[in-house]
Structure formats: structure tokens, C-alpha cells
Design a protein around this ligand. Structure first.
Ligand code: NHW
Ligand code: EN5
Length: 388
């Protein structure tokens, strides 16, 4: 059934529930001298190409490859449209490896036709902090699909990760592969219901008029929590303390240090937004919330070409109730002209989704680990990891 995945060190569908197998690495590391030294062969017309994201021309090519060929919903109405600034941010965290930004080009035209990437991360599974690669942006041009190029890309990124003496990876996908550690549901909160209905992202509910719908999703003009403000560079230490203490509760979560927090959570316009609550009395940072910006192209609509979507990222509510904190996140997203606010049912999110008028989407997100077994998997609420 899975000619490629059957050969890989991932939980095979048969043995997920086998209690005799221990948690942790599925196969041990091999000596670096035994890692294959040269790239896997590609069909003759193509060549490997390590991408330099400092190069604006290359970045524009990568942006265009993804904008035209990356993930769509099940009815091909929308396609993710990651911005160039977002791609630079996502692919250049602390200690990133340029060799893990892997393109495939046509030898003759030099056109970029496929891509896969990894970035390094420390991810904790139970009490084991593991150096991993986060794999993302796997993409094969629509005209080259179903030719078994994806397994070559995956083997090549695996080889380059092994060369850095890293033997585990984390990734997500909308498709079922062997074998998810957990399966999450997307939830959506309308901010601009009229546009969402016009483009077919949502529907007018039964016995609902447009004006009732607009009223239903109306939000205040400004955040309600006293001391709610944008995160700044001076907040990195406090946010790191809050987040580390919070993520310690989850079975699988990133192990963020201050450098990671500065990179992943310091606001960057139209890429990542972070807010916190600074107590007006003590000036302590007590709560934190964040979202990233990932627009989708609207395919085949006469009136609109893009949807501006915010995706819930990491949130920590200590003093402010989580529901109130997330309501303020919705308010600032609305003020910044987002059309929809999306969230997964990870961490404590179940606790605010229905109350804040999110509705379940038709998409799922499966989470995977490569060469790391977690017996029986985990629940979405035990997952403290959000991948972009
Ligand atoms: S998920 C988004 C993936 N990208 C898209 O969906 C974009 C649109 N689609 C495409 O570009 C986020 C193509 O359809 C792709 C497949 C390229 C998806 N993950 O070349 P063939 C990520 O980026 C398997 C993994 O003929 P294709 C995460 C499939 O099951 N495997 O197909 C990426 C089959 O294998 P099987 C996937 O349609 C994580 C084989 O590919 C997959 O032309 C990568 C067919 O290949 C997917 N999303 O191209 C794994 N989709 O065994 C990282 C299909 O079933 C692992 N397949 O026969 C860790 C590596 C690092 C380890 C380090 C220690
Ligand atoms: C991860 N790095 O299917 C990348 N999105 O629900 C790979 N549906 O937007 C993972 N089909 O439900 C990709 N509207 C996996 C996701 C791929 C994209 C995808 C889904 C997630 C989505 C929308 C639009 C559906 C269009 C037709 C959806 C309903 C919203 C409604 C708002 C009002 C309250 C009820 C729900």
C-alpha cells in the first residue's frame, strides 16, 4: 500500500498499539561515515539546487512555486499563499542549515520545479528532549506529480539531516500516512463573514440572513484586557519563562530558549503577531498570545483573489482567562483586516473554540514524528507543538 513509507523508520499501521515496543527511537543512529556521501539520483532532466534565501531572485522563484503548486483544500477552492517574508522567517531560525533548503531545477531552463526544507528544533517527547528537523514546504510542480519524485526529495532531506548527526524529524500533513501521533481538526472564526460567504469559504447558516450573520460575528473595536499590548524585544526573557513553564505540561512540545522566542515570537508585520498582558500594577508579564499570517489564494472567484487568515500559534493564559485573551486576539486580528482566524484543537484550545464562535472546518492536520515512536499516540490536547 505504501511502497515508500513501508521502508522508513516510522510507526507502521500494524504496530501502533503494540505495547511491547518501547517509546523513543525506532532505529539507532549510524556512524556518520556510513551516511551516504552523495545526493540521491534524480531523473536526468533535473538537478539538485541548494537554495540561498538571501537571494531575492531565488526567494521569488520559491514563492511562485509554492503560490501555484502548494496545498489546496479538498475542493480546490483555496491554495496556501505563504509570503516571501514568511518563508524567510520560517526557514531561517537560529542555527538553520542552508543545505536543508533543497530545490530541484530543470537542468536546461533552470526553472525551480520542486522543493523540500528542514529547520533544526529541539522537541521534547515526554521527558526526552530530542534534536529534530522540522520538515515543511514539500512541493512538486503540478506537471510533475505522481512520478515518485516526493520519495526522492524526502530521502535527500533525510540524508542531509543525518549529515548533521540528527536522526529524528517532526512534520504535519493533511493526508494520512504511517502513522500520525495525533490528528487535529481545524476550526475557523469568521471576522469578515460577508467576504467568506462570497468566496465560498463559509455558508449562510439555515434561517440566517447576511445582516444577522454580520451581527453575530461583530467584535469590539479595541482589546478589552487592561495592559494588553504588542510584545517587544525587551519582553523576550519574560515570554520565554512563561512559555517554557506552560509547554512543560504537554507530552510533545518544543524546547524554546530565548533565541528561539526572539525568532519565532517577536512580531514581524504580516508574518507573526504577538501580544501580552503586562499587569498595570506590577508590570509583570502575566499572559501571552500569538498568531501567524498565512493568506490563501481564492481560486476562480470574480470578486476576490486572496483571503487574509490568522493562525493561532502559542498562547499562555495565567492570570487572564484564556477565552478573554483569545477574544482580544480576535479583536486585534479584526482591526488588522484579517478575514478569518483559524485554530487547531491543540493544547487548551477546546476551552474557547465554541464559546468564541469558531466552527469546525472540513480539514484535518495529522502530526508525525520520523524515527520516534510514541506508544498509542497522544490526544490533540496533549500536543504543545504548532508547525507553520
Ligand atoms: S504537508 C504538505 C505537502 N505538500 C503538498 O501537499 C503540496 C501539494 N502537493 C504536492 O506538491 C507539509 C505533491 O502532491 C507532493 C507529493 C509533493 C506532496 N508527506 O512523488 P509522488 C510538509 O511539507 C507520499 C509525506 O508520486 P506526488 C511535510 C505518498 O504517500 N509523504 O507523489 C512533508 C507516496 O508514498 P507511498 C507524502 O503527489 C513531510 C509518495 O509520496 C506526502 O507527485 C515529508 C508518492 O510520491 C506528504 N505530504 O508528490 C516527510 N504526500 O509510500 C518528511 C504524498 O504511500 C519525513 N506522500 O507510496 C522526515 C524526513 C527527515 C528525516 C530526518 C531524520
Ligand atoms: C501544514 N504545514 O483543507 C500544511 N483547509 O478546515 C499541510 N476549510 O480551510 C496541511 N473545501 O472548513 C494542510 N470552511 C491541511 C489543510 C489544507 C487546507 C484545508 C480547511 C481546514 C479549510 C474551509 C474552507 C472549505 C472550502 C471547501 C472550511 C468552513 C468555515 C466555517 C466558518 C463559520 C463556522 C463554521 C465553519
Amino acid at each position: 500500500r505504501h511502497k515508500f513509507w513501508e521502508t522508513q523508520p516510522v510507526g507502521q499501521f500494524g504496530d501502533v498499539a503494540d505495547v511491547s515496543l518501547p517509546d523513543g527511537a525506532i532505529e539507532p543512529p549510524t556512524p556518520l561515515s556510513e551516511v551516504r556521501a552523495d545526493p540521491y539520483p534524480l531523473p536526468a532532466a533535473f538537478e539538485w539546487f541548494t537554495c540561498d534565501l538571501d537571494d531575492d531572485a531565488l526567494l521569488a522563484d520559491l514563492y511562485a512555486l509554492l503560490a501555484h503548486n502548494y496545498v489546496e483544500d479538498d475542493e480546490n477552492m483555496f491554495r496556501f499563499n505563504y509570503s516571501s517574508a514568511f518563508l524567510r522567517w520560517a526557514l531561517r531560525p537560529p542555527s538553520f542549515f542552508r543545505a536543508w533548503h533543497i530545490g530541484v531545477r530543470a537542468k536546461e531552463s533552470k526553472k525551480l520545479v520542486a522543493f523540500i526544507s528542514g529547520v533544526p528544533a529541539r522537541i521534547r517527547a515526554r521527558d526526552d528532549v530530542v534534536r529534530m528537523a522540522e520538515i515543511n514546504f514539500l512541493c512538486v510542480h503540478k506537471k510533475l506529480r505522481s512520478k515518485r519524485l516526493a520519495p526522492v526529495l524526502i530521502r535527500e532531506v533525510t540524508r542531509r539531516v543525518h549529515l548533521e548527526n540528527i536522526w529524528q524529524a517532526a512534520y504535519t500533513a493533511g493526508v494520512v500516512l504511517p502513522t500520525p501521533i495525533t490528528t487535529c481538526r481545524y476550526w475557523h472564526r469568521s471576522l469578515n463573514p460577508k467576504k467568506l460567504i462570497d468566496v465560498g469559504f463559509s455558508r449562510l447558516g439555515p434561517r440566517m440572513t447576511m445582516s444577522r450573520t454580520v451581527r453575530l460575528y461583530k467584535l469590539p473595536d479595541a482589546p478589552l484586557t487592561p495592559g494588553f499590548r504588542q510584545m517587544e524585544l525587551r519582553d523576550v526573557a519574560a515570554v520565554t519563562r512563561l512559555l517554557r513553564a506552560y509547554l512543560a505540561r504537554y507530552v510533545v512540545a518544543p524546547d524554546f530558549d530565548e533565541l528561539d522566542v526572539e525568532h519565532w515570537l517577536l512580531p514581524q508585520e504580516d508574518v507573526v503577531d504577538s501580544y501580552l498582558v503586562e499587569s498595570p500594577e506590577t508590570h509583570e508579564v502575566t499572559d501571552f498570545c500569538s498568531f501567524y499570517t498565512l493568506p490563501s489564494s481564492v481560486l476562480n472567484n470574480a470578486n476576490y483573489s486572496t483571503l487574509k487568515a490568522a493562525y493561532s500559534y502559542y498562547n499562555v493564559a495565567v492570570k487572564t482567562p484564556l477565552q478573554q485573551l483569545m477574544n482580544d486576539a480576535l479583536i486585534v486580528a479584526k482591526q488588522k483586516n484579517y478575514d478569518v482566524f483559524n485554530a487547531l484543537d491543540v493544547m487548551e484550545n477546546e476551552g474557547f473554540l465554541k464559546e468564541l464562535k469558531f466552527g469546525p472546518g472540513d480539514g484535518q492536520l495529522h502530526y508525525y514524528l520520523y524515527n520516534y515512536r510514541i506508544r498509542n499516540g497522544i490526544k490533540p490536547s496533549e500536543l504543545g507543538l504548532v508547525l507553520l
